[in-house]
Design a protein around this ligand. Structure first.
Ligand code: FO1
Length: 334
């Protein structure tokens, strides 16, 4: 426990996989030495409410308030508001987006969106509001949105029956409404070209930078699309370690494997290594993929093999320990 206290750690995070990793990390290091830099390109406005799913998944998971089955929203949730909204669907005028029911917001979860929306309307930044919410959940980990500016992932759908080919939809429509079942032709992060990254100083000063086991395209991709991020990571490449979200060619949850293939990459630890090798010196992979070590090393990355399926806290804690030690105990290159 005490061994890593002085080590400042930044974690580039998306949703569920990153949140699970962070839960293990804060059990083996002082939570005050950890900063989660979270993707906000999944954010959406529904019912006039500002919703930041990856920030809430990280916050709720670290507070042990997350619904463990869903991996999003709060445990022991009720759905009275959503059920009441359904009443208006039959009379809603065509073209109206009022009272959407495809995105499920639990009654207790609504409180977070009420608070965030009101504070933003008062002029608070997303960074300020995110810090207030994590303090309301008694967390010591710092949680920083990747930007206070709006960045929105837009998915252009390839030809398929349920959606007109070439149509561009929001990330949440892709992920939730279409259950990420439609093929992706391209992904664009609207606003990334002008948005200011909030955590450059963290990347420059952290002892260890972890790329969490999140979707490389739509969770880590938006962070990297912001000005200065890839350059800052490349400059610290020896201190950057990633955990592959792909195990034996598949994602544990979500569309990462299909998206990689649809966008021309390989859905494997080697595909992930090729995406990360310029900004990251070490890739942590699951034992299921150890026969691909040499291909990963051929990209110029070091490869660490361990159990990365965080099915219990002991595995999550060990993964965090192996990940941090892959940087802190690294012999300085000759
Ligand atoms: N994911 C779903 O698959 N269905 C939902 O109805 C849903 C609602 C929801 C509400 C609040 C929130 O913070 C997350 C929610 N998610 C839902 C997850 C969300 O789509 C995330 O963006 C994904 O988990 C990807 O990170």
């Amino acid at each position: 426990m005490g061994k890593y206290d002085a080590t400042m750690i930044s974690v580039l995070a998306g949703g569920v996989g990153a949140a699970r990793f962070l839960s293990g990390l804060v059990r083996i290091v002082d939570p005050r030495s950890v900063t989660a830099i979270v993707n906000t390109a999944d954010d959406t406005v529904l019912h006039g409410l500002n919703i930041s799913p990856d920030i809430d998944t990280v916050t709720y998971t670290l507070a042990n308030a997350i619904d463990p089955e869903r991996g999003w929203g709060l445990r022991d949730e009720t759905w009275r508001a959503m059920q009441s909204l359904a009443r208006f669907e039959s009379i809603r005028p065509i073209g109206s987006t009022a009272a959407p029911t495809w995105f499920n917001l639990g009654d207790a979860d609504l409180a977070t969106h009420f608070y965030r929306t009101s504070r933003l309307q008062e002029g608070a930044s997303l960074t300020q509001v995110t810090d207030e919410i994590r303090r309301a959940f008694d967390l010591q980990v710092k949680i920083i949105p990747m930007s206070d500016d709006t960045v929105s992932t837009e998915v252009t759908v390839a030809n398929c029956d349920s959606v007109v080919s070439g149509q561009t939809i929001s990330f949440q429509e892709y992920f939730v409404r279409y259950r990420h079942s439609v093929p992706v032709q391209s992904v664009h992060f609207r606003g990334a070209e002008t948005a200011v990254f909030s955590a450059l100083s963290e990347l420059q000063t952290s002892d260890v930078i972890v790329i969490a086991p999140s979707n490389p395209i739509v969770s880590i991709g938006p962070l990297r699309a912001l000005a200065g991020v890839d350059a800052a990571l490349s400059a610290r490449r020896e201190s950057v370690v990633a955990i592959s979200p792909i195990i034996a060619g598949a994602a544990l949850k979500g569309p990462a494997d299909r998206m990689l293939v649809e966008l021309g990459h390989e859905a494997s630890v080697v595909g992930v290594a090729r995406l990360y090798c310029d900004i990251c010196a070490t890739l942590v992979i699951d034992t299921a993929d150890q026969d691909r070590m040499s291909e990963i090393e051929a990209t110029g990355m070091r490869c660490i093999v361990t159990n990365t399926v965080m099915s219990d806290t002991a595995i999550a804690d060990n993964l965090a320990r192996v990940t941090i030690e892959s940087v802190t105990t690294r012999k300085e290159p000759k």
